[in-house]
Design a protein around this ligand. Sequence first.
Ligand SMILES: C[S@@+](CC[C@H](N)C(=O)[O-])C[C@H]1O[C@@H](n2cnc3c(N)ncnc32)[C@H](O)[C@@H]1O
Length: 364
Amino acid sequence: MALPVVDPSQYDVQLSEKKATIEQQFAEFTLPPMELFESEKTAYRLRAEFRVWHEGDDLYYVMFKPGDKHQHSRLETCPMVSEPIQQVMFKLLDYLRPNELLRRRLFQVDFLSTLSGELIISLLYHKPLDEAWTEEAKKLKEHFGIHFIGRSRKTKIVLDQDFAIEKMQVAGRELVYKQVENSFTQPNGGVCVQMLEWAQNVTQDAGGDLVELYCGNGNFTMALAQNFDRVIATEIAKVSVNAAQYNIEANQVNNVKILRMSSEEFSQALQGVREFRRLKQSEVDLSSYNFSTVLVDPPRSGLDDETVKQVAEYDNIVYVSCNPETLQENLKSLTQTHTLQRFAIFDQFPYTHHLECGVYLTRK
Ligand SMILES: C[S@@+](CC[C@H](N)C(=O)[O-])C[C@H]1O[C@@H](n2cnc3c(N)ncnc32)[C@H](O)[C@@H]1O
C-alpha cells in the first residue's frame, strides 16, 4: 500500500485544505454549514495491509511510492496504525525471518485490530499451506497470543478464529460488533464512532421505519435502530450479512431484519417490479412498512441510476460516502427533490486527499 506521511504538525492545515476543496467542489448546491469531524493524529488506522520483501536472509515491509508500483522503500515505523498493530508488526518479522517454513513465499501481512484491543493477523502466501506450515503457525500463535490466519490460493487456515469483537462507545451506549477478517469494516475507529453519533443525531426525530442499503456488518444499523419503529437493512456480502445477524443478537436489537440482496435487487423489490423468495422466507412484507428514511453507504462507485431513483422516494435521506465525486454526481439528482440539511466531513484518512462525507436531505 502507498502509506501517507504522518506529520501531526501538518494535520490541521491539511484538514482545512480538504474542507476548502469540498466546499468548492459542492459549491453548485445550497450548502448548510459544514460540520467537521477530526481524526486522531496518530494510531488511527484499525486495519492495514503490508507487502513484505525478501532480500537474502532479510525480510521487511515495503511501502510503495504513491502511484508507482515499482519504487518502494523499507518501512521502519508506521505511526498511522493502531497501538495493537504497532506493538506486534515488527516483532512479527523478527520471528518470521529465521523461520523458513513460515517465511518462504510470504508476500503480504494483513492486520485487523479493534478499539477494544483485539488483533487478527493474516499471512498471505504464494504457496500451498500444508500440515507442517500449520504446526509451525500454531507455535507462532502461542508466541504472540493472538489469532492468525494463513491464506493461499483457495486455502484459508484459521488459528483459531477469523473474527474480532469490537466494542464502541456510541453516545453513551456500548455497541458490540463482530468484524470478520477480509470483509468490510470502517478503517478509522475513532472517526467511525463520530459517524455513528452524527447519523444517530440527524435521524433522532425521523420516526417511522428505516430502510438501509449497503449495511455491511450492521455498523449503522445497530446505532440507528433505536430511532425507528422497524428497520430493514440489506447487503450483498454473505460474510457481512452473517456478522450483522450476530450483531443483532449481541446488541439485543429486536426491530431489525437483515436481507442478503444487492441494492439493485432490493430497489426492484421495493418498486414491486420483481418478487423475491428471500423476502418471503424472511417473512418480510415490504408493503407493511412505513419508511420515512433511507440510509445509504455505498462503495466508491456511488449509487447506480435505479438506486438513486429509489432513494428519492423517501422523505429523509442519509447518504454516507467515501467518494466525494460520486456523491456530487448523485446529489445533482437528489437535490431536485430534496434539500440538503446537513453536510459533514469525517476525516477517515488523515494525511491523504481522501475523506468521508455524510449528508442529510429532506423532501422539498
Ligand atoms: C462502504 S461499505 C459500508 C458498510 C457499512 N455501512 C459500514 O459502515 O461498515 C459498502 C458495503 O456495500 C456492499 N456492497 C457493494 N456493492 C453492493 C451492491 N451492489 N448491493 C449491495 N451491497 C453492496 C459491500 O459489501 C460493503 O459492505
